[in-house]
Design a protein around this ligand. Structure first.
Ligand code: HEC
Ligand code: HEC
Ligand code: HEC
Ligand code: HEC
Ligand code: HEC
Ligand code: HEC
Ligand code: HEC
Ligand code: HEC
Ligand code: HEC
Ligand code: HEC
Length: 320
């Protein structure tokens, strides 16, 4: 109790000295007065465990670094001026980001983090359009996962907690190995290998913005080219013209159960008729020359002959 008394006195003194000279003293401490900044030590008195944990938080830097302008009042950089709350001890008198509308909560975080480059990508409040606040993914007061592997899996778990469909596609028979699957070993992937959770600009928050330079090539560099003869959709539509990015029921994660069906979507008369879609709405290729007898099993396995289907250095028909 002593502690609180001392504290309250301290606060009162603080409030008095912080007020502008022109204002009557009663107003600064009384009802309706605008709360003023106190300091983190004041918060510590009642929130000791949070304060102790905060010593290890990256935001603790705010507490000690003069240049960042929140020296000794880091708590209030997110929670707003706390004089009123420190007196009343009621929740209503302090800003609690987790209870605000997502756009309001994000404003707090973005006052420092807007457009910052993180290892997941530049922060552009991407999920915010869907009312997913920074605080749905970032817990400020809970300690972060220590190991990188643990972090990888924690991220996947967090994302798939909301994106059940994505999780389901990764569980299909032919899929990219997620880090949460024990058998994935060192190949284990994270959603962040392809997505920036903060991104807004690119389609599907992808870390890569254009079909020309897909992030897929980071790992599948043999598909990068440049090829003397490149299969056109590699450049025009990207890998998604023929592959499911997460996983698929079809071998090689193809969008169609048989390679032949995939090819014929762009390489047949049928496809060129109005109203019949091509793969991913893609551009039409030429019709296979007449010696291709499409009813014969010999011609069923297109990539048996067109082996360099992504591109070739020597053959314009991708035969080798
Ligand atoms: C004199 C004690 C005391 C001081 C000083 C104090 N708090 Fe609190 N704080 C409380 C109590 C008690 C609650 C719980 C209120 C409730 O649940 O109604 C609380 C709740 C909170 C909450 C949660 C509000 C919510 O909506 O759930 C936040 C955030 C908070 N305090 C931040 C701070 C910050 C920041 C400071 C320093 C500027 C601070 N407190 C100083 C006693 C204090
Ligand atoms: C970087 C922003 C930020 C800073 C700095 C910060 N907080 Fe918080 N605080 C939050 C957010 C966001 C929440 C909502 C819960 C969460 O996401 O962890 C929160 C929740 C709380 C709560 C409510 C906890 C509960 O379980 O309901 C208290 C109390 C609190 N903070 C006190 C403090 C104190 C004391 C400090 C300084 C030592 C501090 N905060 C510094 C952002 C911050
Ligand atoms: C007053 C400025 C400020 C505000 C407001 C702020 N941050 Fe930070 N944040 C920082 C600083 C400083 C760091 C330390 C890293 C650095 O120096 O850039 C940091 C680091 C982080 C990190 C990296 C943590 C890690 O483990 O490395 C995350 C995540 C983060 N902030 C999220 C948030 C969220 C979410 C909010 C809103 C609830 C928020 N920040 C509000 C200044 C701020
Ligand atoms: C959909 C989930 C999600 C949302 C929403 C989100 N983040 Fe992140 N954020 C992440 C993930 C995942 C990481 C990468 C963490 C890692 O690699 O361990 C990250 C990293 C960061 C980092 C850098 C941490 C580091 O280790 O370099 C900062 C800073 C940050 N986020 C701030 C924010 C802010 C500010 C917002 C709100 C505008 C926000 N984040 C919204 C998931 C999210
Ligand atoms: C190998 C790269 C890659 C990885 C890893 C990846 N994604 Fe994707 N994801 C993509 C691509 C490419 C698209 C765009 C598909 C399109 O627009 O046709 C996409 C689309 C999405 C979409 C929007 C469309 C849909 O399918 O609903 C969501 C949501 C999504 N991914 C979530 C996730 C989650 C969650 C994870 C981690 C469990 C993850 N992704 C991992 C590449 C990836
Ligand atoms: C709290 C729930 C939640 C979490 C956690 C979450 N998301 Fe989302 N995400 C959403 C909602 C809601 C949308 C918008 C609706 C939709 O497209 O499903 C969205 C949209 C997306 C999209 C864009 C879909 C499109 O069609 O453009 C991608 C990609 C995505 N999230 C990836 C991720 C990744 C990666 C993570 C983990 C770092 C993650 N999300 C964590 C709720 C969440
Ligand atoms: C972080 C690295 C990484 C990224 C990024 C990546 N992949 Fe993969 N990819 C892998 C790994 C690892 C495998 C599994 C290889 C194995 O099982 O031998 C794989 C397998 C595949 C396969 C199946 C190969 C087979 O033999 O069945 C296809 C197709 C594929 N990826 C396409 C893509 C596409 C398309 C993208 C972009 C949307 C992409 N990858 C992004 C690492 C990656
Ligand atoms: C025009 C359709 C098409 C496009 C576009 C395409 N692929 Fe493929 N890809 C295939 C086919 C068909 C196979 C299966 C070949 C076979 O039957 O052996 C395949 C196989 C693969 C394989 C596994 C076998 C191998 O060669 O390693 C990987 C990995 C792969 N593709 C990655 C990619 C990446 C990355 C991109 C984008 C840069 C891409 N593909 C774009 C049609 C395509
Ligand atoms: C998304 C549509 C699309 C898919 C799917 C597709 N192609 Fe193509 N392909 C094209 C386009 C467009 C060209 C370039 C046509 C041109 O330049 O006149 C092309 C070019 C070719 C060429 C080079 C000869 C030529 O006409 O220039 C061959 C051979 C070929 N494709 C075979 C295949 C095979 C085999 C498959 C199935 C594995 C396949 N394609 C799948 C669109 C596609
Ligand atoms: C038995 C081997 C073989 C099979 C199987 C095969 N092709 Fe071909 N394809 C060829 C040869 C050889 C050429 C002629 C190449 C040349 O003239 O340079 C050719 C040419 C083409 C061309 C035109 C290339 C150009 O340069 O104009 C297309 C398009 C094509 N094939 C598509 C397909 C499709 C689609 C399938 C599967 C339904 C398929 N091929 C199956 C051997 C094959």
């Amino acid at each position: 109790m002593y502690k609180y008394l001392a504290l309250l006195l301290g606060l009162l003194a603080g409030a008095l000295s912080a007020q502008e000279p022109a204002k009557p003293a009663a107003d600064a401490a009384g009802e309706g007065a605008k709360p003023t900044y106190v300091n983190s030590e004041t918060c510590q008195a009642c929130h000791e465990d949070i304060f102790q944990a905060f010593l290890k938080n990256p935001h603790y830097r705010l507490e000690t670094d003069k240049k960042r302008r929140w020296e000794q009042k880091a708590c209030e950089s997110c929670h707003g001026p706390g004089s009123k709350h420190a007196e009343s001890m009621t929740a209503a008198d302090i800003r609690q980001p987790a209870k605000l509308a997502p756009s309001q909560a994000d404003k707090t975080c973005l006052s420092c983090h807007r457009n910052q480059l993180t290892h997941a990508g530049r922060i552009d409040s991407g999920h915010a359009r869907s009312a997913i606040a920074c605080t749905s993914c970032h817990s400020v007061h809970k300690p972060a996962e220590a190991s990188r592997n643990g972090r990888h899996s924690a991220v996947v778990q967090q994302c798939t907690g909301c994106h059940l469909n994505a999780l389901a596609s990764f569980q299909k028979p032919h899929a990219h190995p997620l880090s949460t699957i024990p058998s994935a070993g060192n190949n284990g992937m994270s959603c962040l290998d392809c997505h920036n959770p903060h991104g807004a600009a690119a389609r599907a928050n992808l870390r890569f913005a254009s079909a020309n330079e897909p992030g897929c090539l980071k790992c599948h560099s043999d598909k990068r080219g440049p090829f003397a003869f490149e299969h056109a959709p590699m450049r025009t539509e990207g890998c998604g013209a023929c592959h499911e990015p997460h996983g698929s029921a079809n071998p090689r994660m193809l969008t169609r159960p048989q390679v032949r069906l995939l090819c014929l979507e762009c390489h047949s008369n049928i496809a060129s008729q109005p109203g019949t879609g091509t793969a991913a709405g893609g551009t039409l290729g030429g019709i296979p020359p007449a010696f291709h007898d499409l009813r014969s099993p010999r011609y069923a396995n297109c990539t048996g002959c067109h082996m360099k289907i992504h591109g070739s250095h020597v053959n314009r028909s991708f035969l080798r």
